[in-house]
Design a protein around this ligand. Structure first.
Ligand code: URP
Ligand code: ZN
Ligand code: ZN
Length: 468
């Protein structure tokens, strides 16, 4: 099958050009000013932006967490991602305690294989990393799993100590892997949580007040210092605060290869959301938490200055009410105790539109920077480039035809994530993924899904060789 995309404006991170695109099978084979080769499908993209498919390198589909399971599985979550213009995710597999690292990855691949509707890859969350497991890292790198997440938070669940972090960092340098860090000081936070609960402070807002930005900054600085000691790069995930950003900025100004992502929730929502009436604040319980509003400008500045290189979602939805689409109790586990509210929120479907509307249309970032943040830089950092993250001859034909003028209202009613609320409910955004192509096949057309569950491919990522 062949597809010809005509008359569009191709926006890559490095350049924009008005040209046609010819796709033969799954690959872009020609880009030129006027292509008239006959094709099975012709798409007129006049007045539209033609961008590489979104790449979300931080999702949690069917993650067992917080006493329940995140509510999107690989089918519902990836169909939703496609509707939002994302054609590749990198999800987080989990190593059980005492388990060899490849076992966790294989478990996640089994979950994904028959369901996933877009292309995907995996990071692995490492919970313990004794010397006997060190060789596992290389084995996984050879299989295309080239990044590993460590937690400095959640003692007893995911948290690892500094020695483990240091060992994993050193090993990552030998093996061409990248360590992704959840940087919050879990020990201190646990003390603050115990004190708040002891004082009878149980409402969702105390989730934010017991996870202060100073403790995100402390852990971010420590993680970077450990990576410097090990002589390897580091990638800080879901950076939420000005305090933590300062640590990244300072390190980068010295030439340290410290990289970081932020997420739309930290750019568009704030600590005020925790004060919504009743138990509504639980919608926004995630870690790190939403910050006071003034942090948002600092994060936008970080995106402009390239101190933040990526915008991912940390998509990890949990429903507010028991029984939505047959799902068990989730956020309500914490009705009387904020620390029992499962951490996470939906977002995989809304990332591109929020960032286009709130970033490009407001003049904060250019179209090209938008593409870089949501597709090209994540592809480069996570070893997917130039197969993904770029429209060029030879690249996968993962392409979004973006209507820059179409206005929509974000609502749980019209979106596809398996969750009973949307954190941006009622927000009007301009800019819409009109058509989404996955390896040359139109999988979303004007809001209708034409893809197939199980047709997404596992993408082997390259060993790490960063320069973005
Ligand atoms: O609250 C969050 N972020 N939930 C998902 C797990 C994680 O730490 O990324
Ligand atoms: Zn995390
Ligand atoms: Zn996460």
């Amino acid at each position: 099958m062949s597809v010809l995309i005509k008359n569009g404006k191709i926006v890559n991170a490095e350049s924009s050009v008005e040209a046609d695109i010819f796709i033969d099978g799954e690959t872009v084979t020609k880009i030129a000013p006027a292509i008239d080769t006959p094709a099975d499908t012709v798409i007129d993209a006049k007045g539209k932006l033609v961008i590489p498919g979104g790449i979300d390198v931080h999702t949690h589909m069917e993650l067992p967490f917080g006493g329940t399971m995140s509510s999107d599985d690989f089918a519902t979550g990836t169909v939703a991602a496609a509707h939002g213009g994302t054609t590749t995710i990198v999800d987080f597999a989990v190593q059980e305690y005492g388990e060899a690292l490849p076992v966790g990855v294989n478990r996640w691949r089994e979950k994904a294989e028959s369901k996933v509707a877009i292309d995907y890859s995996l990071h692995l969350i490492v919970r313990d990393f004794p010397q006997v497991r060190e060789a596992d890292m290389k084995e996984l790198v050879n299989e295309g799993v080239t990044s590993f997440k460590l937690f400095m938070a959640y003692p007893g669940v995911f948290m690892v100590d500094d020695a483990t972090i240091f060992r994993a960092l050193r090993r990552s340098g030998d093996d061409g892997a990248l360590i992704c860090m959840h940087a919050e000081n879990g020990g201190v936070i646990d003390e603050l949580v115990k004190k708040a609960l002891g004082d009878g402070l149980t409402a969702p807002v105390y989730h934010a007040l017991t996870r202060p930005p100073e403790m995100e900054a402390e852990a971010t600085g420590r993680a970077i210092a450990l990576s410097e000691m090990a002589g390897v790069p580091i990638y800080i995930v879901h950076l939420s605060s000005s305090h933590a950003l300062e640590k990244v900025r300072e390190a980068r100004s010295r030439g340290v290869p410290a990289y970081a992502e932020t997420c739309p929730q930290y750019l568009f929502l704030s600590e005020d959301n925790y004060r919504e009436p009743g138990f509504n604040g639980a919608k926004y319980v995630m870690s790190p938490p939403l910050r006071p509003k003034w942090h948002q400008d600092k994060l936008w500045k970080g995106l402009q200055d390239d101190d933040l290189q990526v915008v991912s979602t940390d998509h990890c939805p949990f429903c507010m009410k028991e029984g939505h689409k047959g799902l068990p109790i989730q956020k309500e586990l914490g009705l009387d105790d904020f620390s029992a509210i499962p951490n996470g929120a939906p977002g995989v479907e809304t990332r591109l539109m929020l960032l286009y509307d709130g970033g490009v249309r407001t003049g904060r970032i250019s179209e090209q920077r938008w593409v870089q943040l949501v597709s090209t830089a994540p592809a480069k950092l996570m070893g997917l480039f130039p197969k993904k993250g770029l429209i060029a001859e030879g690249s996968d034909a993962d392409i979004v035809i973006w209507d820059p003028n179409r206005e929509t209202e974000i609502s749980v009613k019209s979106m596809h994530m398996r969750c009973d609320y949307n954190p941006y409910e009622g927000r009007k955004v301009t800019g819409f993924p009109e058509k989404v192509l996955l390896r040359g096949k139109v999988v979303v057309d004007d809001g209708a899904f034409h893809g197939k569950e199980g047709s997404g491919e596992f993408v082997k990522r390259r060993a790490h060789s960063i320069k973005v």
